[in-house]
Design a protein around this ligand. Sequence first.
Ligand SMILES: [Zn+2]
Length: 238
Amino acid sequence: MSAKYIVRFDDACPTMDKNRWQRVENICNKYGIKPIVAVIPNNNDPKQMKDTFDEKFWNKVRDWQDKGWHIALHGYDHVYISKNSGLVPFNNKSEFAGLSFEEQANKIKNGWKIFQDNKMKANIWVAPSHTFDENTLKALKEYTSIEIVSDGISLFPFKKYKFNWIPQQVWRFRKMPFGVWTGCFHPNEMSEKEFNDLEIFIEKNHQNFINIDKLKYKKTCILNIIFEKMYWFLRRFK
Ligand SMILES: [Zn+2]
């Protein structure tokens, strides 16, 4: 048994840094990697305005989709309006967590409509800043066909709140003995060193990058539970 890896790239939108995104695309092409790409349907976050507005953005995303990349719904406008940390408490800023079901449902419906209008076949949810709650999941269930959440801390993919969860635990890869590890990267902000480190890791380990369609989700797993408890406990001392 060896560890499996998944790479996720966050914050694709029409004003993303085109050169930096092209670099991660080249790496994926070279090694046949099919990443998860978190796409903001209607970005309004000034921090993601890195380049001129790309009128052909959705053509680009459709090209990714046609190559077998996994497109994820990444919130609606990426603007933080609450201080709630939700179900995966890394941060206390949120576009969703703590808002009423109706407010969240409106965002989800509007984002999903933009995805449908642009022929996205998204099956994954990625919350901006990891912050979402049970109402977010309820709205996703009711107004989208999304079945997978890319988030949470565990060793292996799991089932919870009627969704399949692919844990996302690292922000740079290193060799692990076992487990399924999602590394999250923000191409808009990546440094030269981060591009190089990512490419070196993928070059050495590309045979252990798994296509997410092949994942199995565990209902209960004692290793997952222990790992999650240890993770949050140790994080308090960081
Ligand atoms: Zn984001």
